[in-house]
Design a protein around this ligand. Structure first.
Ligand code: C2E
Ligand code: CA
Ligand code: CA
Ligand code: CA
Length: 281
């Protein structure tokens, strides 16, 4: 028993060692990636359910790794947040998203202008210089502020509610719209909605993925939608994958939806094809 105990211990050590080495490697790679700008944006359509028309895109970052190919943000955004690399990365994302959307507005002047939604990490959101940076980006790219939506999670707000409120009021004063991202996954979801000036509420995929099989989830989604309206917010359902989910959301008069049923996040060339298509969905 002793021998096997030690063997087990050694395996554990080796695994730990490998994990630490991998993490250090990732941090190293990420640092280099930020320096060399190895990132690109994918775009996922957000669709108005009453008309079937696109309201805009959510910009989602990807890492074009020299050996591993396209890497998902799930694999590197947490590390970028821990190391602070999310600050330069997030800046790049904001600038690129605004630049691209302005380019589309210019290229398709006869279409109603689409909006661009950008995710803000809590680390970015706690930087007072963010306001100045965003103002600069809007100036440089000439994107009108009301076409930019910033997606903020409850945890980012709750880390420092006072400064969050201050930031949000300044962003609102600039004409930028604010979305409550991943709604329903936090702890104080209701309380923070009442207190903070949000324009849009995004119901998390974990609710939507079961509305077609789980009556309780459907009731919850219905309640969230009614609440949003009472607070003057529009609703986006995230992660819509089936026609049944879509039908239920339409029946509940949910304004917008996003999900694989319409389109996965796509590269800018494919996003442009969706803009060109008259009725892509
Ligand atoms: P999120 O902000 O909740 O973004 C939505 C995620 O759900 C995206 O994953 C999208 O591809 C995925 N999704 C959309 N529709 C469906 C669906 O119908 N089914 C399923 N299974 N998934 C769907 P993605 O692109 O891998 O991004 C993951 C997360 O990484 C994002 O979650 C966000 O928290 C973070 N992230 C992505 N880009 C950025 C960024 O530029 N900055 C920051 N701070 N975080 C980002
Ligand atoms: Ca988001
Ligand atoms: Ca989300
Ligand atoms: Ca999410």
């Amino acid at each position: 028993a002793k021998a096997s105990g030690r063997a087990c211990h050694e395996v554990f050590d080796t695994e730990m060692h490998t994990r630490v080495v991998n993490l250090l490697q990732l941090e190293n790679d990420l640092r280099r990636a930020v320096e060399h700008q190895e990132f690109l944006l994918y775009y996922q359509p957000i669709v108005a359910l009453a008309t079937g028309k696109m309201m805009g895109f959510e910009a989602l970052v990807r890492w074009q790794h020299p050996e591993q190919g396209i890497v998902s943000p799930v694999k590197f955004v947490p590390m970028a947040e821990e190391t602070g690399l999310i600050i330069p990365l997030g800046q790049w994302v904001l600038r690129e998203a605004c630049r691209q959307m302005k380019a589309w507005h210019t290229a398709f002047p006869d279409q109603p202008p689409l909006s661009i939604s950008v995710n803000l990490s809590s680390r970015q959101f706690s930087q007072p210089s963010l306001i100045k940076q965003i103002r600069q980006i809007l100036d440089d790219t000439e994107l009108e502020a009301h076409h930019l939506k910033l997606e903020i999670t409850e945890s980012a707000i709750m880390e420092n509610p006072e400064s969050a409120m201050d930031m949000m009021l300044q962003l609102k004063a600039m004409g930028i719209q604010l979305s409550a991202d991943d709604f329903g996954t936090g702890y104080s979801s209701l309380g923070y909605l009442y207190r903070f000036p949000m324009d849009l509420l995004k119901i998390d995929r974990s609710f939507i993925s079961r509305v077609d099989v789980d009556g309780e989830k459907l009731e919850l989604v219905k309640t969230i939608i009614t609440l949003s309206w009472n607070l003057g917010m529009d609703v986006v359902a995230e992660g819509v994958e089936t026609t049944k989910q879509l039908a239920q959301l339409k029946a509940l008069k949910c304004e917008y939806a996003q999900g694989y049923l319409f389109s996965k996040p796509v590269c800018s060339a494919d996003a442009e094809k969706l803009i060109r298509a008259d009725h892509p969905f």
